[in-house]
Design a protein around this ligand. Sequence first.
Ligand code: SF4
Length: 413
Amino acid sequence: MTFQNHSKSRLPVYDGEHFFFEMGPIRPPSEGSDQSLLIRTTRNCCWNRCEFCGTYRGEKFSLRPVAEIKQDIDVAGVLYEELQTAAAHRGPFPGVGPEVVRALWVSNPQLFGDNTGNLTRKWQNLHNVANWLNSGARTVFLQDADALIMRTGDLLEVLSYLKATFPTVTRVTAYARSQSCYRKSLTELTDLRRAGLLRLHVGLESGCDAVLKRMKKGVGSLKQVEGGQKVVAAGISLCEYLMPGLGGKELSERHALDSAAVLSAINPAYIRLRTLALRSKSPLLSQSKEGLFTELSEDEVVAEIALLVANLHCSSYLVSDQMSNLLYGVEGQLPQDKEKILEVINAYLQKPEPERMAFRLRQRQRSFLAVYGSLPESLEEQVEQAWDALRREAPEAGAQVDAAIAALKEGFV
Ligand code: SF4
């Protein structure tokens, strides 16, 4: 298929060097599969000190000028128009398929044939916009770690420009720190909601002050509650992320109870569990190796979650939609599903130890395969040996299963 630029095409005004928009490294799973257009309003994390986090280590934070963000939106807008027109020329087949993306790419060597080192991100841009179009072009996610760190006026300008460029957009979402939610006034947050910012994803991690201090989270529980309550009062859908296991063995109980109290006071629309995983670039990994932090076992994490759930008094929707969590069944609408969720947890905890070991190994293996499709040879061998030890009821089965799970978890994203 040959791609024809349509008569109103804005492609010719761009040169190859500047024809891309920036994309940051992460987004929440609920904005995943390219269902959201990714627009980077800030680069990296303005705090970047949390002990458990390695996502932006070594990366410098910067606010992006509004003019630059608008240029990115323009580029996304041009790709949106061109892909849409190309798809329409193909006739009745609905959507933007890989042939349309490839045709746009090869038909514009002046934009995509350059050698400026931006080819990968141009390719990612095209795929993001194409997939976004295929899912209805309704949601936009503002990257990176804390869009609310921007001046409210600047953020409003970006939101208004997005709406003007993409009339199909019905929801804009972003990550935000609790500290930034706390700093914004209710009026500012309400203005942002009216301008289209309809959901915020906030990494609460813990509601326990001792854990927050130990992990250098840069905020305390009182500000978390005040900031979260303001977001809710402004009518913005709030998704709070909690990290089971973050208190380690020492602070596990306080972590569960204080977090339950903070989440109950905020009453966010969603509570998402992200069990602690020691990430390669995080300081907590080295602290753990030096014996300065003691991780909970998988079963201890499950028991901690049970304590948390039993003490939640809110009407949030609880979700475990990430591979770091062992029990995906810990999900439901509170308060009515609380007993059902606790039953899922207790059913696991009451299994005999060999069954729990087999469950853990199977679950972690499945999660790994869901992302990578297959296991590297050495890992496959290690996992097979663990299964074999389990089947033989060998005395070393526990140690082998734990080691295999630890190796599998190293690949978790
Ligand atoms: S957890 Fe969030 S606030 Fe903390 S360093 Fe990582 S990105 Fe920044």
